[in-house]
Ligand binder design. Structure first.
Ligand code: BLA
Length: 497
């Protein structure tokens, strides 16, 4: 009886998902090297004709003209969606092409999946316009899930945002059929999408799983394994197929949402039936992922610029106060420090004097913090949004203090410290985050996820994280303050000599 036994998550992280040696059987793969077919999927001859076998010359399968055009397409660097219709004796196909090392990878999908471009361009264009009008991240994601559901017909489409590159994530927008449970607001554990999958999704915008019960068409010969990273027909991990079956899903698609080249989130789609998307719909979804990523970046940049503007205004006012101070030390209590960087309290340490403005965590906590801090360099901020973990001496003080951004301002231990309290956030999990996978009576069985079995859990001991903007503002402020101090020191030494 192994029900309830835990599962070795190490297996997931190690699985080489780009080398699984097979493709989804509704299509066929032909890899060509030096004029010959080097590797084929086992179903290729059945679908494309007897010429589609390993070792055969490619000109028995394609005309010289067709092969030349496909080669040119692969080298035109249009991404993984370069596609061309091809007519063979066995039928009409849409062929998607890319290079994998020395090989030209041809992926054949039955024609007729592709929709007429003319009937397609209008709706996509309108959808993009609606997306561009969205003024917030959530609005943009909401518009995107509605449009993608409209475009593809999946039963559920969600926007899923990661907390951090390899962290858990939250469903922030959803469009779903009436008889499926809603997932909006649910959190899913980090282990649902292992790191190597996240890396792959950073170089490849889209993946479609047409049928979780498909019998994969194996590659011939199986060795050496063919790198399928950019393949559109790539077969997927058995672990993930099990995951999809567990949540009652027959087909899926996901589109990457990137920010600065890193995976920020995914648009994830599920269907109760087999769903084969043609190359055009796939291209439109991919295009949508790119457009949404760019729009999200623009929205973020806009918000960050506004925050920088506010911080810089405050820095300018503070500097006026500091320059006006005859001793060149800190004013007794410089106003506005907590507005340069959002915080609950600000500590200034100037020689032996420590002043606290705002929500004072108490002198015991403050001395514990100063004792535990590592050696710092003037002008280079140190930060933590989980002091109890980063500085174990503070582990008992999480309720009073969870985050600190320390800016050493010059000689000795002088510094400005922005402090943030613990922000305990309640999360609704789609599964028990402490035990994301269990072994059941059927063996390797991932626990199902969904809102019928919601786990409530709070994240303790964390403050709101310090953003790249917060750090940049601290550095700017530090430079200005140190500049003033240096100028003052020069004046003093000039006076004294
Ligand atoms: C892949 N896991 C994925 C993908 C998603 C999720 C979207 C991308 C593939 C796809 O489009 O279907 C997870 N799907 C989710 C989440 C939501 C969703 C979180 O809709 C929430 C809204 N998964 C596990 C465990 C393992 C695992 C324990 O839970 C490892 C044993 C593996 N998931 C796993 C692997 C992939 C994956 C290996 C990559 C599949 C591939 O691209 O080959």
């Amino acid at each position: 009886k192994e029900a309830g036994a835990t599962f070795d998550l190490g297996q997931c992280v190690q699985e080489p998902i780009h080398l699984l040696g097979g493709v989804q059987s509704y299509g066929a793969l032909v890899a060509v090297e030096a004029g010959r077919i080097a590797v084929v999927s086992a179903n290729a001859a059945g679908k494309l004709g007897p010429a589609a076998v390993a070792g055969a010359p490619v000109d028995a399968l394609l005309t010289a003209g067709q092969f030349e055009t496909l080669t040119a397409l692969a080298d035109a660097d249009t991404g993984s969606t370069a596609m061309m219709p091809v007519e063979l004796a066995s039928g009409r196909f849409d062929v998607t092409v890319h290079r994998s090392g020395a090989r030209l990878m041809l992926e054949f999908e039955p024609a007729g999946l592709a929709q007429e471009f003319a009937g397609f361009y209008g709706p996509v264009r309108q959808a993009l316009m609606r997306l561009q009008r969205a003024a917030t991240v959530t609005d943009a994601c909401r518009a995107a899930v509605t449009e993608i559901r409209e475009l593809t017909g999946y039963d559920r489409v969600v926007a899923y945002r990661f907390e951090s590159a390899d962290g858990p994530g939250e469903v922030i927008a959803e469009d779903v059929v009436g008889d499926w449970e809603p997932w909006l607001g649910l959190w899913f554990p980090a282990t649902d999408i292992p790191p190597q999958a996240r890396r792959l999704y950073e170089s490849n915008w889209i993946r479609v799983i047409a049928d979780v019960d498909d019998a994969t068409a194996r590659l011939v010969p199986p060795e050496p394994p063919l790198d399928l990273s950019l393949s559109v027909l790539r077969t997927v991990s058995e672990f993930h197929l099990e995951y999809l079956r567990n949540i009652g899903v027959r087909s899926s698609m996901s589109v990457s949402l990137l920010s600065g080249g890193r995976l920020w989130g995914l648009i994830a789609c599920h269907g109760r039936d087999v769903t084969i998307l043609g190359p055009q719909v796939r291209a439109a979804c991919e295009f949508f992922g790119v457009a949404l990523s760019l729009h999200l970046a623009a929205l973020r940049e806009h918000d960050e610029a506004a925050a920088r503007e506010r911080s810089r205004t405050m820095i300018a006012r503070l500097l006026e106060q500091i320059t006006a101070e005859p001793s060149a030390g800190w004013p007794e209590s410089p106003a506005g420090l907590s507005e340069v960087i959002e915080s609950d309290a600000v500590l200034v340490r100037d020689a032996d004097r420590i002043t606290v403005q705002g929500d004072d965590p108490g002198s015991a906590v403050v001395s514990a913090l100063f004792d535990a801090l590592p050696e710092l360099t003037a002008g280079e901020p140190w930060h933590s949004d989980r002091l109890g973990e980063d500085l174990p001496a503070l582990a008992g003080h999480a309720a009073a203090l969870a985050g600190a951004l320390v800016l050493p301002t010059g000689l000795g231990r002088d510094c400005v410290v922005w402090l943030r309290r613990e922000r305990s956030v309640a999360r609704r999990w789609a599964t028990d985050p402490a035990e994301p996978v269990r072994l059941g009576p059927h063996g390797r069985r991932l626990t199902p996820r969904g809102s019928t079995a919601v786990f409530l859990a709070s994240v303790r001991g964390r403050s709101t994280p310090w953003t790249a903007n917060d750090l940049a503002m601290a550095v700017e402020f530090g430079r200005a303050v140190m500049g003033i101090a240096a100028a003052h020191a020069r004046r003093l030494s000039a006076l004294n000599s």
